[in-house]
Design a protein around this ligand. Structure first.
Ligand code: AMP
Length: 197
């Protein structure tokens, strides 16, 4: 095979962002998709919770913010994500869960990845009642009722605008998140395989 021929053999790249309100099933589905596609699941919420549990400087700065359901400052989040994406396991693709959450973070991500770009942004949609019931059922330390309400409010204000941001770029797809984890996973795989090549 010639050098040119070799160049034609391209592996699909999966640089994916999963959007959806807390309780939409992002974490569960990202774990499954990470396994299916062999790409890392990068959850900024999990990274922050580990930092809090380990009592690191980052954890000390993030703890009270997370407990209140507020957003950790963009600059800090961007630093953490840039460091994580620079690791070798993210070179062929990744699933970002919980980032970006603001337009500034989305712009940062675009700049960071250039000249490459995200392949697909998936918005998992679920009705309000389902989101609230799932969040109360999972019982995480930062899941008080006040924090849940604050997060849903911030999602509408800060994160929902990202749906337009990515739709304008032509890389947004919405997937119905209602149903069993197996059903939702199948829907996601079909959507990803039909959009990413
Ligand atoms: P999550 O597990 O994604 O719901 O994140 C839990 C908490 O971590 C959020 O309520 C925020 O306080 C914080 N957090 C996670 N990701 C971000 C982000 N991209 N920007 C700001 N704060 C974040």
């Amino acid at each position: 095979m010639t050098a040119e021929g070799t160049d034609l053999v391209r592996t699909p790249s999966h640089r994916l962002v999963i959007l959806g309100r807390q309780g939409a099933g992002k974490g569960t589905q990202c774990e499954r998709l990470s396994h299916h596609y062999g790409i890392p699941h990068i959850s900024t919420g999990d990274m922050l919770r580990s930092a809090v549990a380990a009592g690191t400087e980052l954890g000390r700065r993030a703890k009270a913010i997370m407990e209140a359901g507020d957003l950790v400052p963009d600059s800090l989040m961007q630093e953490i994500v840039a460091e994580r994406l620079s690791q070798p396991d993210a070179a062929q693709g990744f699933l970002l869960d919980g980032f970006p959450r603001t337009e500034a973070q989305a712009q940062f991500l675009d700049d960071y990845l250039a000249p490459r770009a995200l392949d697909l942004v998936i918005n998992i949609e679920v009705p309000d009642e389902v989101v609230i019931a799932r969040m109360l059922a999972r019982g995480r330390a930062d899941d008080t009722e006040e924090a849940i309400c604050r997060r849903l409010e911030l999602y509408e204000k800060e994160t929902a605008p990202l749906i337009h941001f990515y739709r304008d770029k032509g890389i947004l797809v919405s997937v119905d998140g209602y149903g069993s984890p197996d059903e939702v996973e199948q829907r996601l795989i079909e959507v990803i395989d039909s959009h990413v090549s």
